[in-house]
Ligand binder design. Structure first.
Ligand code: PEP
Ligand code: MN
Length: 308
């Protein structure tokens, strides 16, 4: 793994490493990288219309300004795609968990969920962000989402990156757990070199020897936030203490650390009954814990001259 050299700054990363004040990125009616610390919150996976409306209401009340929700999940194994599970508003029947959906079937099953996800966002005045896992999904999602998330697995998916570079919608780019700041900024540079500047970086943990076992999945790289603010001060950076720690009881402390280190926002998994979440049941906060978190962070943000 290489450090960023003076030659990189001059020749390889001139746009990403430009010095100057933070250039906020606008998502719907929300600015990321301004004075306000932005909290994006919502379920790992959208499970029903009722669920996303309930979560939207709860996170809005608690102070979140962007609603997150997954529909296409980058699954480790090919079985048990949440898109197989029908809900009150999709007319798909329940198929066995071993059924493999074609791309067309995925798009057909996902679109109704994006429709009511967007409706929930509008109802509670929350722009919405969602992960896109393959380029054919971009066209379908584009009218509904306010921001595209690139998950850590897709940091180098050039097909997806080139397609997203053509979209006007802002991008939330997650850093892969094994990738350097140099490589991450290289991806940002690919976008910027194509004239796409509304990119927000998300730190979501790095692999170290004790991770990938029962204690936690990754270690939130707090120092990366500091480094990014130094090397690439114009680019907003947020942290995801939910998907990095993979552990509910670590989320609050890591959120405090991220804000203290200079993060412009947080991405937090929230679910009404976390232990029953379809995906990632170990990390989501319930409504009460989320409210407690935002109340505390609002006080903390003031120390750094910010609001929440
Ligand atoms: C997510 O945000 O739901 C997700 C799967 O993210 P990551 O790419 O960080 O695992
Ligand atoms: Mn998740």
């Amino acid at each position: 793994m290489k450090d960023i050299s003076p030659s990189d700054i001059e020749n390889n990363l001139p746009l990403s490493c430009a010095q100057g004040p933070k250039q906020p990125v606008t998502v719907g009616n929300v600015e990321i990288g301004g004075d306000a610390v932005v909290v994006m919150a919502g379920p790992c996976t959208i499970e029903s219309k009722q669920q996303i409306f309930s979560i939207a209401e709860a996170v809005k009340k608690a102070g979140a300004t962007i609603l997150r929700g997954g529909v296409f999940k980058p699954l480790t194994f090919p079985y048990g795609d949440p898109l197989l599970l029908s809900d009150a508003d999709s007319d798909g029947e329940n198929l066995p968990r071993t059924y493999i959906l074609s791309v067309d079937e995925m798009l057909t099953r996902a679109e109704p969920r994006y429709k009511y996800f967007a409706e929930a966002g509008k109802t509670f005045d929350l722009p919405i962000v969602s992960e896109v896992t393959f380029s054919q999904a971009v066209d379908m999602m584009e009218p509904y989402v306010d921001m595209f998330q690139i998950g850590y697995r897709h940091m180098f998916n050039m097909d997806l990156l080139y397609r997203l570079a053509e979209s006007k919608k802002p991008i939330l780019l997650k850093r892969h757990y094994g990738e350097s700041i140099r490589s991450l900024l290289g991806v940002v540079e690919h976008f910027k070199a194509r004239g796409k500047n509304n990119i927000v970086i998300c730190e979501r943990g790095v692999a170290v020897p004790h991770t990938h076992n029962t204690v936690s999945r990754a270690v939130l790289d707090i120092q990366a936030i500091v480094a990014l603010n130094e090397y690439a001060p114009t680019i907003p950076v947020i942290a995801d203490p939910s998907h990095s720690t993979f552990k509910r009881s670590y989320v609050t402390a890591m959120s405090r650390a991220a804000i203290s280190a200079g993060a412009d926002g947080l991405l937090i998994d929230v679910h009404p009954t976390p232990t029953q979440a379809w995906v990632d049941p170990l990390q989501a906060l319930d409504y009460e814990d989320f409210k407690q978190l935002t109340t505390e962070l609002s006080g903390l943000s003031k120390l750094f001259g910010r609001t929440l």
